[in-house]
Write a protein of this length. Structure first.
Length: 306
C-alpha cells in the first residue's frame, strides 16, 4: 500500500558507509522528518530492509529515537552488497556497499573542516560547540558519513569525548564540555583506523570563569575632555589571575555624570574588552562595570572631563 501516511507525509534520508570488512557489523541510519523538516517517529513495523548481492542477509532495525532508526547486518563475504529500504510498501532507497579484505586500508576520499567558536576555545564546565563539514576531496560536494564511524574528542588535562549530531548533508554539530582548564588538542577519527591529522593539530584553549577581583579596569584615554570619546579597557581574568583567552562574557556597564551617556562595549573575543562613550559635558563622571552583580577591580572608575 503506497498511498499511506508514511509515504505521503514524511521525508527520509539514508546514511551509511561505502565500504567495510567481512565479519564486522555494519550500521546504517534511516532518518525520518515530517513535512516541516522536523525529526519525526514512524511505525518501525513499516520499515523493510533487504540485503542481497554477495550473499542474502537479514538486517536488524532498531529505534534510536527522535526519528532515527539503526539498520545493522554482518556481511561474511567479499563483494558488493545491495541494501534496499522500503517504507510503507514503497521502495525509497537502493544503496550499495563493498566489503574489502581487512588488511586493506579504507580509502580517505573525504575532507573534514571545522569552524565555530568551540574550535578556538571554551570555558570550564560550559558547553561549547562547533560545526564539522565533510566534503568529497575531488568534487567538494557535501558528503554524509555514518555517526558510528566518526569519533571526536579532545586530549589535554583530561580526555573529553564530544557529542556529534547531524544537522544537514555533510554537516555535523559537535558539542563538548571540559571540566579542567588548559590546552587541548582536537582529534577526529573516521572509520577506526583513520586519524585526520589535519584536524588533530588544532589547539583548543579551555579557560576558567571571570573573577571580578582579578579583572582590572583602566582608563584608556588619559586626560579625557568634554565632547570627545572616552575609552576604558579591561582584561578578563580568572581566580588564578590567568587571562581568559575566550570572549563572550557579559558585563553590565553604566556611565553617570552631568549627563547620562550610553556606553558601547566591544568584545575582542580574546579576553580583552573596551568601553567607548562620548562625554557630552565637562564635569565629574564615574563608570560602573559589574560582572554577575559584583564590581570588577577599580569599579566604579571615577574621572573628570575638562
Amino acid at each position: 500500500m503506497s498511498d499511506n501516511k508514511w509515504v505521503k507525509f514524511y521525508k527520509y534520508n539514508f546514511l551509511g558507509p561505502a565500504e567495510s570488512f567481512p565479519n564486522k557489523v555494519v550500521n546504517f541510519t534511516l532518518l525520518s522528518k515530517d513535512a516541516d523538516g522536523r525529526p519525526a517517529d514512524i511505525d518501525i513495523t513499516v520499515i523493510s530492509v533487504k540485503v542481497h548481492g554477495a550473499e542474502n542477509l537479514t538486517a536488524t532495525v532498531t529505534d534510536a529515537h527522535l526519528g532515527s532508526y539503526n539498520i545493522s547486518f554482518e556481511p561474511t563475504k567479499l563483494g558488493i552488497y545491495n541494501i534496499d529500504v522500503s517504507i510503507g510498501g514503497k521502495l525509497f532507497f537502493q544503496e550499495k556497499m563493498k566489503t574489502i579484505p581487512s588488511d586493506h586500508p579504507l580509502p580517505d576520499p573525504l575532507r573534514f573542516e571545522c569552524e565555530g567558536s568551540g574550535v578556538k576555545g571554551s570555558k570550564v564546565g560550559q558547553n561549547a560547540t562547533f560545526t564539522l563539514k565533510v566534503t568529497e576531496k575531488k568534487t567538494l560536494s557535501p558528503h554524509d558519513v555514518h555517526l558510528n564511524d566518526l569519533e571526536v574528542f579532545l586530549e589535554g588535562p583530561e580526555k573529553v569525548k564530544a557529542k556529534v549530531s547531524r544537522t544537514g548533508t555533510g554537516v555535523y554539530k559537535v558539542e563538548y564540555k571540559a571540566n579542567k582548564k588548559g590546552t587541548y588538542h582536537l582529534n577526529i577519527e573516521y572509520q577506526e583506523k583513520q586519524v585526520l591529522k589535519g584536524v588533530s593539530s588544532v589547539s583548543v584553549s579551555v579557560v576558567g570563569s571571570v573573577d571580578p577581583s582579578k579583572t582590572v579596569a583602566e582608563l584608556g584615554t588619559p586626560n579625557p575632555k568634554a565632547n570627545e570619546k572616552l575609552s576604558i579597557k579591561f582584561v578578563a581574568r580568572d581566580s588564578d589571575g590567568d587571562v581568559l583567552t575566550v570572549g563572550g562574557d557579559s558585563f553590565d556597564v553604566e556611565v553617570a555624570g552631568p549627563v547620562l551617556t550610553e556606553p558601547e562595549i566591544l568584545d575582542f573575543n580574546n579576553g580583552t574588552y573596551r568601553i567607548d562613550c562620548l562625554l557630552p559635558k565637562a564635569g565629574r563622571y564615574e563608570c560602573d562595570i559589574i560582572y554577575q552583580g559584583t564590581h570588577i577591580k577599580n569599579s566604579p572608575l571615577k574621572f573628570k572631563a575638562e
